[in-house]
Design a protein around this ligand. Structure first.
Ligand code: NAD
Ligand code: LMR
Length: 331
């Protein structure tokens, strides 16, 4: 029996993500929580002929607690998205409180759940979640993930386009660091299969992965940010976590984790000085079982990207930690 929850299920990401989760045979119960419209989304999805039993919850009568009670995996895309001209950090003032409130509920009613955070700014919301769970005495770094899969999905797509590789799904590329602008570090030198483009094209590819989110925000012109590609990416990561929970071996995907709480993460922490960092993670029945070190054999250009990443990321992490430890409990 596997209970999955989407918190923010009625939103632009939440709806297609819930649809994809409803199609996943590994899930037996799918609880949809939102402050609006979740009952309608749940009724709609409940007619689909797949095993997961779908239920919807709103805040009244402790709906959040009921939705998340004893969940095995909780995916969080709750919060406001960017409009043109905004940075992800501009979302902090609203989304920090939303994530803090949801994690407070999870700490109480589903302390063992795997938590996958999509809400931006991921570089700060994941540290907020960790601090809240620590304060409640239920933090398990192996079960807390910032979802950075969209950066990997973009890198795979853009390489396939640039190199003319027709089998995009065979491409593997680590993207490490954080999830915003210069904190996103695609390691094209470690792409499999390897590929080669001139320096100018490589710089353009790096830039496109780092600022791919802006491309969508601009095209949507005030109507939000990436939702469909994010739902795909969020499902891809959640499904890998579920398959690993189910005993499948050899599943690796980068994710933004608390390095010192994941085996193998300590040496990456020492090299970057960042408590939280996205690196390839080996997933298993205990969640993040091993952080794989991608920092050996970086090219000079990647070293430069890494320096810019760690300089910015440290501040984002600190902002989240400070907020978590100073804001009062959320209602
Ligand atoms: N990690 C990534 O790669 C990535 C990619 C795309 C978007 N995002 C982020 O995901 C978030 C959601 O984006 P979206 O386009 O789906 O936004 P959206 O506004 O369409 O949906 C957000 C949903 O969250 C709900 N919500 C708000 N407060 C809530 C609460 N306390 N509890 C439960 N639900 C609540 C809203 O009612 C809404 O339905 C944004 O912060 C966005 O920046 C992250
Ligand atoms: O760009 C955004 O604000 C949403 C998301 O983080 C993305 O990368 O598409």
């Amino acid at each position: 029996m596997v209970k999955a929850v989407v918190a923010g299920a009625a939103g632009g990401i939440g709806q297609p993500l819930s649809l994809l989760l409803k199609t996943c045979p590994l899930i037996t119960e799918l609880a949809l929580y939102d402050v609006v419209n979740s009952l309608g989304v749940a009724a709609d999805l409940s007619h689909i002929s797949t095993p997961a039993k779908v239920t919807g919850y709103l805040p009244p009568d402790d709906g959040g607690k009921k939705a998340m009670k004893d969940a095995d995996i909780i995916v969080i895309p709750a919060g406001i998205p960017r409009k043109p001209g905004m940075t992800r950090d501009d979302l902090f003032n609203i989304n920090a409180g939303i994530v803090k409130g949801l994690i407070e509920i999870i700490a109480e009613v589903a302390p063992k759940a795997y938590i996958l955070i999509i809400s931006n700014p991921v570089n700060s919301t994941v540290p907020i979640a960790a601090e809240v769970l620590k304060a409640k005495g239920v933090f398990n770094a192996q079960r807390l993930f910032g979802v950075t899969t969209l950066d990997i999905v973009r890198a795979e797509t853009f390489i396939a386009e640039a190199s003319g590789n027709k089998s995009v799904q065979s491409i593997n590329i680590p993207v490490i660091g954080g999830h915003s602008g210069e904190t996103i570090v695609p390691l094209f030198s470690q792409a499999k299969p390897s590929f080669s483009v001139d320096d100018e094209k490589l710089a353009a590819l790096v830039n496109r992965v780092q600022f791919g989110g802006d491309e969508v925000v601009k095209a949507k012109d005030g109507a939000g940010s990436a939702t469909l590609s994010m739902a795909y990416a969020g499902f891809r990561f959640a499904e890998k976590v579920l398959r690993a929970m189910n005993g499948e071996k050899g599943i690796v995907e980068p994710s933004f984790v608390y390095l010192q709480g994941v085996p193998g993460g300590e040496e990456i922490y020492k090299a970057t000085g960042c408590d939280f960092f996205s690196v390839p993670i080996e997933l298993g029945t205990n969640g993040a079982e091993k952080a794989l070190n991608p920092l050996t054999n970086l090219t000079d250009k990647e070293q430069t990207l890494l320096k810019a990443c760690t300089e910015a990321l440290g501040g984002h992490i600190k902002k989240g930690v400070t907020f978590a430890n100073s804001a009062p409990p959320q209602k």
